[in-house]
Design a protein around this ligand. Structure first.
Ligand SMILES: C[S@@+](CC[C@H](N)C(=O)[O-])C[C@H]1O[C@@H](n2cnc3c(N)ncnc32)[C@H](O)[C@@H]1O
Length: 190
């Protein structure tokens, strides 16, 4: 299937990359469900025979994601946990085709509650372990929250050290003075 890449926003670009990889029936992870946009998107891609496991540490995020999934009639294919994504390996036992990390704080929520370098690195390690050959881990990094710059640098350092079994790509807008999010795509070679 030909996929038309969307260069208008970082999140849209990541969604296009994920669409090119995830198939119906796949098991995938949303490591930061937030308001449920990515969970809903993944649930649509995996279809009725697929499975999405989602994580967030905030009740508000899990309840909003749950509400939107129910409204879309997709409860049977989505499992949500109000626990930190660094515990992903306790909740996901089978290999996954994709894991999405959209870091930072909950839009419209408490900006002081955000992802942190230590748990993000641990969770990324888990996701990479669980990834199927031909699978993709995506990370959207934001530097505009407390500790965001240090978190971004530690993620970049960790992922740039992955071995030849992976292709790691960084996507960022260069011709801007604003601090924009950036995306990292980790593809596990077949
Ligand atoms: C930018 S938002 C995610 C946006 C979401 N993917 C969407 O599509 O709406 C980041 C989320 O990460 C969550 N978060 C922070 N630390 C976390 C952790 N250790 N484990 C899981 N989620 C975490 C926050 O509560 C927040 O909801």
């Amino acid at each position: 299937m030909a996929v038309k890449m969307n260069f208008m926003s970082i999140v849209a670009f990541v969604h296009d990359a994920v669409s090119s990889i995830v198939q119906e029936g796949d098991h995938v992870v949303d490591a930061t469900t937030g308001n449920g946009n990515d969970t809903l998107f993944l649930a649509g891609l995996v279809g009725k025979d697929g499975h999405v496991t989602g994580f967030d540490i905030q009740d508000l995020a899990v309840s909003e994601t749950s509400r939107r999934i129910s409204e879309a009639g997709m409860d049977a294919r989505v499992e949500l946990h109000r626990v930190s994504h660094e515990r992903m390996d306790e909740y996901v036992s089978e290999p996954v085709r994709c894991a999405m990390f959209n870091l930072g704080y909950l839009p419209g929520g408490d900006k002081t509650i955000s992802t942190t370098a230590d748990s993000t690195l641990a969770a990324l390690g888990n996701a990479i372990e669980l990834l199927l050959p031909g699978g993709l881990v995506t990370v959207v990094l934001y530097r505009d929250h407390e500790g965001g710059g240090a978190e971004a640098e530690s993620v970049l350092e960790k992922l740039s050290q992955l071995g030849p079994g992976y292709t790691v790509c960084r996507y960022q807008v260069m011709n801007t003075v604003r601090q924009c999010p950036e995306a990292i795509l980790v593809y596990r070679k077949k």
